[in-house]
Design a protein around this ligand. Structure first.
Ligand SMILES: *Cc1c(COP(=O)(O)O)cnc(C)c1O
Length: 366
C-alpha cells in the first residue's frame, strides 16, 4: 500500500495555485537586489499598508502571547455599524480565501455542481474540486461575466455560484442592476457567493444588503488585502443572513484570524484618508498604463479595478524577460490566456519602470 492509495482522490487531482512570485524568490533566482525589484503581480497596494493599521498592528504585537478573540467581537461590531447589519451577519476569515473554502465545507458534496465564469479567480475551481464537486465553467463574453449564460448553466445539482465583480483577472464588472436581477432569478437551491475583493475601487458598487433583507441566499465577500494594503495579515470577511453567517462560523477554526490582523483591520476601517489616496493613485495609474499600452500599440482590457490585462503575444516569455529586468507581473496561461499578462497598477514611478521594461522586452516604444 502506498501513501497515495490512502489519500482522498480529490487531493491527488487538486491543481496547484500559482501565486504571484515573491520579490525574495526572484532576487535569489536571478541574483538581483530585492530593493530594485518591482512586484506588480498580486494586485497589492503600491502605496503600502494603511498607516493607522500598521500602528495598531505594532501595538497588538505587545500582547502576542494571548490567543486572539476567536469571535472577532470588535471587528464584527465595527463592520456592523459600517454596513448597517447585525454583528451576527458577519464571518471573519483568514483572508476572504478562507471563506471561499468555508463555503465548500458547508455546502459541497461529491456530485454537486458549482457555476463560475472562465476566466475568473482560480480559487473557486480549487475549492470546488477539493470537495469532489464539479466546476461548471461559463466563458466570459468580451472579458465580462455573461450573467444570462451563468443562469442557463444552473441545474438541479448546482449548489453554489461564484461571481467576482470586478473580476480577477479581467478587471471588468457587472452593473448593480444586472447582479440584482440575476440574484432574484436564482432558484432556491442555489447559494450566490459575490466576491467583492475590489469593490472599494468602484464608484457605484452593487449593494447586496437589500437582497439579504429579502431572504435571498447570498453572501458578500470582502478583503483587507487589497485597498487597505494588508495582504500579509490575512483578513477578510463575509456578510449574509444570520443563518448563513452562522453556518460558516460553525465550521471555521476557533482562532482562524490572528490578533495582529484583527487589530490592523479594525484600524484600517477608520483610515478613510488612506483609502481615498489609494483610489486617486489607482485612477491616475490606470490611465497612465492604458495610455502607455495604447501608444505602444498593445491591446488591453478596460479595467475598473487596480490591475489590467495586456496582450503581449508570448505571455510566458514576456513574464520571464520582464522578471530578468526586475519587474514581476502575472502570466495568464493558468487562466487560459497565454498571450496576456496581468499587471497590477503601481505608483507613477513603478508604472514608468514597467513601461520601460516592456520596451526593452517587446521592442515597443512610447
Ligand atoms: C485578492 C482576491 C481575493 C482576496 O484574497 P484574500 O484571501 O482576502 O487575500 C478574493 N477574491 C479575488 C477575486 C481576489 O482577487
Amino acid at each position: 500500500m502506498t501513501l497515495s492509495d490512502l489519500v482522498n482522490p480529490s487531493v491527488l487531482s487538486q491543481p496547484v495555485y500559482e501565486p504571484g512570485k515573491p520579490i525574495e524568490d526572484v532576487a535569489r533566482e536571478l541574483g538581483l537586489d530585492p530593493a530594485g525589484i518591482v512586484k506588480l503581480a498580486s494586485n497589492e497596494n503600491p502605496l503600502g499598508a494603511s498607516p493607522l493599521a500598521v500602528s495598531a498592528a505594532t501595538r497588538a504585537l505587545g500582547q502576542a502571547e494571548l490567543y486572539p478573540d476567536g469571535g472577532a467581537f470588535a471587528l464584527r461590531q465595527k463592520l456592523s455599524v459600517r454596513h448597517g447589519l447585525a454583528p451576527e451577519q458577519f464571518v471573519i476569515g483568514n483572508g476572504s480565501n478562507e471563506i471561499l473554502e468555508l463555503l465548500g465545507h458547508v455546502f459541497l458534496r461529491p456530485g454537486d455542481e458549482v457555476v463560475m465564469g472562465a476566466p475568473a479567480f482560480i480559487v473557486y475551481k480549487l475549492v470546488t474540486l477539493l470537495f469532489g464537486a464539479r466546476p461548471v465553467e461559463v466563458p466570459l463574453v468580451n472579458h465580462r461575466h455573461d450573467l444570462a449564460a451563468l443562469a442557463r448553466a444552473i441545474t438541479p445539482r448546482t449548489k453554489l455560484v461564484f461571481l467576482p465583480s470586478p473580476n480577477n483577472p479581467t478587471g471588468t464588472a457587472n452593473t448593480p442592476e444586472e447582479i440584482a436581477e440575476f440574484v432574484r432569478a436564482l432558484p432556491s437551491h442555489v447559494v450566490f457567493a459575490f466576491d467583492e475583493a475590489y469593490a472599494e475601487y468602484l464608484e457605484n458598487p452593487p449593494d447586496l444588503r437589500p437582497l439579504i433583507a429579502e431572504g435571498r441566499k447570498v453572501i458578500g465577500l470582502r478583503t483587507f488585502s487589497k485597498i487597505y494594503g494588508l495582504a500579509a495579515l490575512r483578513v477578510g470577511y463575509g456578510y449574509a443572513s444570520p443563518e448563513l453567517a452562522g453556518l460558516l462560523n460553525r465550521v471555521r477554526q476557533p482562532f482562524n484570524v490572528n490578533a495582529i490582523g484583527q487589530a490592523a483591520a479594525l484600524a484600517a476601517l477608520d483610515d478613510d484618508a488612506f483609502v481615498h489616496r489609494t483610489r486617486e493613485a489607482n485612477t491616475h495609474g490606470l490611465r497612465q498604463l492604458e495610455q502607455g499600452f495604447t501608444r505602444r500599440g498593445l491591446e488591453w482590457v478596460p479595467s475598473v479595478a487596480n490591475f489590467l490585462l495586456v496582450r503581449v503575444g508570448d505571455g510566458a516569455r514576456g513574464f520571464v524577460e520582464l522578471q530578468k529586468r526586475g519587474v514581476i507581473v502575472r502570466p495568464m496561461k493558468p487562466y487560459g490566456m497565454p498571450e496576456w499578462l496581468r499587471v497590477t497598477v503601481g505608483t507613477d514611478a513603478q508604472n514608468l519602470r514597467l513601461l520601460a521594461a516592456f520596451d526593452a522586452v517587446f521592442g515597443t516604444s512610447g
